[in-house]
Ligand binder design. Structure first.
Ligand code: E4P
Length: 213
């Protein structure tokens, strides 16, 4: 399972990408708004740091405008993946962009049926939102399992991005459920690397290293 960083904070991208484990990035309009920066500037800087897919979300809900925005975003870099909501217009825009060889990420996926639609529209990626499903007391991980089973059964090539990840158990379970990618905030990357026994082991080894001749 590949690991993506979900952020619009460029310093976070620099910090976590330096670990050498980040394959790509996702962002969304809420993250861009919270950054206080211009959308295109953030995407431009992010693609320069991670040489991998960077999902940038359109802000229109009208098919032709979505396609136009997607084409504009692709001018920034070939790494840009056009992120589209799963709506009738979003699916149609996905189909059109796919026809032009442009990668897409169909977002705000909350059901396996929506994932089937995304796959049939030719989506490169579909993003089920685990945390938001769990928030309403449904089972986000079962959604990932169902989507993976359907994609495999019908030989559909869309990749699952487990999104809206809130904690390390989401990452572990998404990997076991067959998500191709997990995208998460920097704070979850920090939680993944931490282990009290690693800290205790380092403290002891460093103390003992001072005793060498
Ligand atoms: C992914 O593409 C989304 O940007 C993100 O995972 C949403 O996460 P949230 O539900 O924590 O806002």
């Amino acid at each position: 399972m590949h690991l993506y960083l979900d952020t619009a904070i460029v310093d976070e991208v620099r910090e976590i990408a330096a670990w050498g484990v980040v394959s790509g990035l996702t962002t969304n309009p809420s993250l861009i708004a919270a950054s206080g920066r211009k959308f295109e500037d953030v995407i431009q800087e992010m693609v320069g740091i991670v040489q991998g897919p960077v999902s940038a979300e359109v802000t229109s809900l009208v098919k032709d405008e979505m396609i136009a925005q997607g084409l504009e975003l692709r001018k920034i870099s070939d790494h840009v993946v056009v992120k589209l909501p799963i709506t009738p217009d979003g699916l149609a825009a996905c189909k059109a962009l796919t026809g032009q060889g442009i990668p897409t990420n169909l977002t705000l996926c909350f059901s396996a049926n929506q994932a089937i639609l995304a796959a049939r529209a030719g989506a490169t990626y579909v993003s089920p939102f685990l945390g938001r499903v769990d928030d309403i007391s449904w089972d986000g991980m079962q959604l990932i399992r169902d989507i993976r089973l359907i994609l495999d059964t019908h030989d559909l090539k869309t990749n699952i991005i487990a999104a809206s990840i809130r904690h390390p158990v989401h990452v572990l379970e998404a990997a076991k459920a067959g998500a191709h990618i997990a995208t998460m905030p920097a704070k979850v990357f920090q939680m993944l690397v931490k282990h009290p026994l690693t800290d205790a082991g380092i403290e002891k080894f460093m103390a003992d290293a001072k005793k060498f001749k």
